[in-house]
Structures are given as structure tokens and as C-alpha cells.
Design a protein around this ligand. Structure first.
Ligand code: SF4
Length: 94
């Protein structure tokens, strides 16, 4: 098995603060069936426990040059996988 092609390894950070998902991202999540009308996130293969953890995680995104909620990163087209506390990111312009 070859190494996955990715441009960045982005460290996943944790915050105690409540993070908000931007409205436009919510709209996208809803359109993709990954969020219900009440704003509850539903990701396939992600347990409620994992989701709770994910909600406190963020990445300093090298493409968008901003702190991005991990849920947003997880559904980003550049997201490849999560390995040992890091996101393997394709790094393509968004
Ligand atoms: S996967 Fe998307 S949101 Fe996550 S670090 Fe890469 S470009 Fe940023």
C-alpha cells in the first residue's frame, strides 16, 4: 500500500470553547444530508461519542488560512484522512 497523496499534515487542536459552524457550511451540510433541520450533525460511520469530541476540535487550515471547525474540515473536499491527530489534506485551492 503506497502512501496517500497529500500536501499538508495539519495538526488537530482541541478547544474547551463552544465552536460555531458557519451558516454557509451548515447549509452545505444540510444539502448533503449530513445535518438535520434542527442543526444536528449526522455523519455516516461517526458515533455520537466521536462526534462530541469532533465538536471541540479545530484545525488551522493552511488553505483557508483560518481556524476551521473539525466537522467542516472533515467534510471538506481536501480532507483525505485522519491519522494520529493530524489531518492529511490535499491542499487544493478552495
Ligand atoms: S481538509 Fe479542507 S478544511 Fe481541512 S485543512 Fe485541508 S483545506 Fe483546510
Amino acid at each position: 500500500m503506497g502512501e496517500l497523496e497529500h500536501k499538508y499534515e495539519v495538526e488537530i487542536k482541541t478547544t474547551e470553547n463552544r465552536q460555531k459552524i458557519p451558516e454557509d457550511v451548515k447549509t452545505e451540510l444540510k444539502a448533503a444530508g449530513m445535518m438535520d433541520e434542527k442543526g444536528k450533525i449526522k455523519l455516516k460511520g461517526v458515533s455520537p461519542k466521536m462526534l462530541k469530541k469532533m465538536k471541540q476540535e479545530y484545525v488551522d487550515c493552511p488553505v483557508l488560512k483560518a481556524d476551521i471547525h473539525f466537522v467542516q474540515c472533515f467534510v471538506c473536499p481536501n480532507f483525505q484522512s485522519r491519522v494520529m491527530g493530524k489531518v492529511l489534506c490535499k491542499g487544493k485551492p478552495l
